[in-house]
Design a protein around this ligand. Structure first.
Ligand code: ATP
Length: 451
């Protein structure tokens, strides 16, 4: 299959079936924004909930927070983002289009390949015009707080959720008196004025992160770094991102973020190339020390009774919700033939599938069938609620069409109530992946769906 076509197909399926729509579409869109539809919300919730359960609720050393997106600008000055959170930008002198410098110097970019790399880097990939000098472009979205639009009212939409964690470090320590190591976790929106948003939801200007700052004794950082390295795979395994598609990249000196002494990027084989999915960074005590200096508030903590207070060091596993979403779509997208017919389906695992099961009456114009199917549906909805499962009712079109529709949104099983159900209370359960059908009694359904 042609790689570009796969992305086109995924984008169009996402829109058609209500996963993701272009942002502000009826006004011609807004670059770098996408809106999640009903099934997108359900999938996103599953991505977040699984993460939160695994890394916060199931552990005794983790504390969740939900900080404001708008923060005092001093926090971003202290963390180095106001001066350092920038990408190198280059502008075409002819068409005025702007690019990230690494984009135009990428030898895979299609432009005049007869020239050597250094010369190629100076040509616009769009119009072939010559490019100006590289300058740094700060990616934070600036805004003003309150009615006055002057320097004193400047604030920024957070470019990473981590900032809200560091400024709440002391609050959590004072409330809960944790012992090292322990972590603070946050899930929420982050904003970056990306020079070139692209590749569907891969690089957007408004996105969501799931981040942990895991505070450790300075001497323990390597051990804890390794622990988090394996935790990343626990998560990808749980949601169904195949290991074979994930690769580690040790980010070399000079290419790491300004705060990091070691970074591993977890890259994924997207159809448009191997690109960063998650990051794992050792941020040393850079942030706590910088915030302590800038705010004048002591951010040290007493680790052991009778010993001098220390500034913990921090390991940061950072997960992007939108890139997880895209990696799941790419991993799940399947085309095959079933019963002599071509079909497309999303092979989501049960843990993330937005709809766990769909219930149908065989015919929608036979009241006894519809009544029985409604009963089965209601019982199932009720019993599976606590397990976080969503069940869908569908009586639109013939059974074949309903199967195709459910296949396309990745529903693992379809349950059909037919005439035999009225006699012996058995229903057919059809598997998305194989198309096979089995008959079970309706009382067996809750177990079958949640297992
Ligand atoms: P890239 O090199 O691709 O720009 P980054 O190294 O700047 O990414 P981080 O600062 O490490 O990204 O952010 C942590 C995570 O947040 C990333 O691993 C990714 O999952 C997500 N993320 C970052 N920028 C974006 C974006 N523009 N759109 C969607 N997700 C993003």
């Amino acid at each position: 299959m042609n790689e570009e076509t796969i992305m086109d197909k995924i984008v169009s399926l996402s829109k058609r079936r209500g996963f993701i729509y272009p942002g502000s579409e009826i006004y011609g869109g807004l670059s770098g924004t996408w809106d999640y539809g009903p099934l997108g919300v359900a999938l996103k919730n599953n991505i977040r909930n699984l993460w939160w359960r695994m890394f916060v609720e199931d552990r005794d050393d983790m504390y969740g927070i939900d900080a404001a997106i708008l923060m005092n600008k001093k926090a971003w000055e202290a963390s180095g983002h106001v001066t350092g959170f920038s990408d190198p930008l280059i502008e075409c002198k002819k068409c005025k289009r702007r690019f990230r410098t690494d984009q135009v110097s990428d030898p895979s970019t299609p432009f005049d390949k007869t020239q050597d790399k250094s010369l190629r880097a100076r040509k616009c990939p769009e119009c072939g015009g010559s490019l100006g000098d590289t300058r740094q472009f700060n990616m934070m979205f600036k805004t003003h707080i309150g009615a006055a639009e002057d320097e004193s009212s400047v604030s920024y939409l957070r470019p990473e959720t981590a900032g809200g964690i560091f400024v709440n470090f002391k609050n959590v320590v004072d409330s809960f008196h944790p012992k090292l190591p322990f972590g603070l976790a946050q899930v929420g929106k982050a904003f970056r004025n990306e020079i070139a948003p692209r590749d569907f939801i891969f690089r957007v200007r408004e996105f969501e992160q799931m981040e942990i700052e895991y505070f450790v004794r300075p001497g323990d950082w390597e051990e804890k770094f390794e622990e988090w390295r394996s935790q990343v795979y626990r998560y990808t395994d749980a949601i169904g991102i195949p290991r074979a598609l994930v690769h580690e990249l040790e980010v070399p000196d000079g290419e790491r973020a300004h705060y990091s002494e070691r970074t591993i990027d977890f890259e994924f084989d997207f159809p448009f190339g191997r690109k960063e999915l998650y990051g794992l960074a050792y941020r040393t005590d850079f942030d706590l020390s910088a915030h302590s200096r800038a705010s004048g508030v002591n951010l040290q903590m007493v680790d052991e009774e009778g010993k001098a207070p220390i500034t913990p060091h921090v390991i940061e596993p950072s997960f992007g919700v939108d890139r997880t979403f895209l990696a799941l779509l790419v991993s799940a997208y399947t085309e095959d033939e079933l019963g002599g017919e071509k079909r497309t389906y999303l092979k989501f695992n049960k843990a993330v599938a937005p709809i766990k099961a769909a219930v149908f009456p065989l015919l929608k114009n036979k009241p006894p069938l519809v009544a029985k199917a409604r009963e089965v549906y209601a019982v199932l909805k009720n019993t599976s609620r606590s397990a976080g499962c969503r069940i869908m009712w569908d009586d639109n079109g013939n059974i074949g069409k309903r199967y195709r529709r459910q296949d396309e949104i990745g529903t693992p099983v379809c349950i059909t109530v037919d005439f035999q159900t009225l006699e012996d209370d058995t229903v057919t359960v059809r598997s998305r992946d194989t198309g096979e059908q089995i008959r079970v009694t309706s009382s067996e359904l809750p177990n079958l769906i949640s297992s």
